[in-house]
Design a protein around this ligand. Sequence first.
Ligand code: SF4
Length: 486
Amino acid sequence: MLINAELLLQYQRCKRRTFLDIHGDKSQRDAPNELLQKLQQDKIAHHLSTLAKVTYHQPDYSYGNWEAAEAATLELMQRGVEYIYKGVLLANYFEGYTLLSRPDLLVKRPGKSCFGDWMYVPASIELGKRPKQEYQVVAAFHAQVLAAIQDFAPETAWLILRTKDRNYPVDLLKWTPRMQQILEEFIQVLELPNPPEVFISRQKCNLCHWYSQCYAIAQSEKHLSLLPGVTPLRYTQLQDLAITTLESLANTSPSTLENLLGFDSEVAPKLIVQAQSALERRPLILPYPLPTEDITFTAPIELYFDIEAQPDLDLNYLLGVLVVDRLANTEQFYSFLADKPEDEELVWQQFLDLVWQYPEAPIYHFCVYEFDTVKRLARLYNTPSSLVRPVLSRFVDVYEQLTQSVALPVESYALKAIARWLGFEWHEKEASGAKCIYWYDQWLETGDRSLLEIIQSYNEDDCRATLTVKNWLVKFFQDEYGLRLA
Ligand code: SF4
């Protein structure tokens, strides 16, 4: 069986995924979605921009014919060419397993190897901006196979990241033993009779082609990973105590959990109430909710604010504000859109002009991004603090208010999950923040204005969803605390 770097990379993200990739029924996989396609395009663009800076050779082979590919790569190494793109190297591993290394680049360096007075070091062109552990393990994998081929073990491999200081040296003395340990575990998992247990984690599962299958299993089992706050580490601790169902977690005493790794005296009771909420399918007040004087209220005029950004361009291209005038009983949505990146300053000004028209109105948003971005835009465009500080003092984070006070029977505290639980629906059913990034890129590329319209509609719905959640929260607080919130 061939083991390549991609399998090792995915194994570090999810053991189950590599098992399914090798043994699973491929017809059950999800089709690649737009986000995966965008990632793929970004990856190609990053490779091309890196390759544009070097003169490289690429061995001539047809995909899958690995022996021929290795022979063509060795021929280039023997010739001593400076850079080899997507060379192929093979090394025997345990019986029945062969390591297949296709480093993005093999870079010639002075030194002694079986080829002569030179040797090669591997470099991986990675889309991430940080030298994540999984990248460094993969770099060590390439280096190990390379060492067996050239009779010389390099001390350093390289990551070419998507940042200004792009080249990151990987300390192979440190990472090779770790990689070997992971490789051994990986083989053991592959030889199991059944796939490792499902564990749904939004970040890693959202881009996985087994998601539909795993999610269906998790739902049918009421798996604890669907409960917000259950991280892999906490789940392991719960398993050790044989707490693997909603019922058992809901009936656990906080003192049983609070001294465990990953828990503390705040997390433990919160997680238990979260399980009770999921079990009883109703919202429950958390053990230490916000003091009543800090909770949200209803004002005559309220603003609901949401931003769409394109992180790769470091651009906030859409500032949407919904003005809710409760006295006049009107709602008006303002969509300040930079249809070209240079217009960011203009939309920032338009936003400021609007919010200053309502100097008393609270500005509701969901999560901290809007608050942080307003501070960043003010710095970027040298906006006087006398214009920005009073605006920031009116910001109210609905997410913060909610998650500090209430447990909801939802799988996530993302705006979408909460608002949908309240019955709110987005007009653009398939839209998401990440898809908007993709659509804005497409707009810049194609000039298709309908994409901007979809993004604007999605952004308006985000503001309206925030309004829905905030209204529900005020009502919930009123009912629970019997408050007369003016
Ligand atoms: S969906 Fe999640 S749990 Fe399932 S294989 Fe993919 S990453 Fe692993």
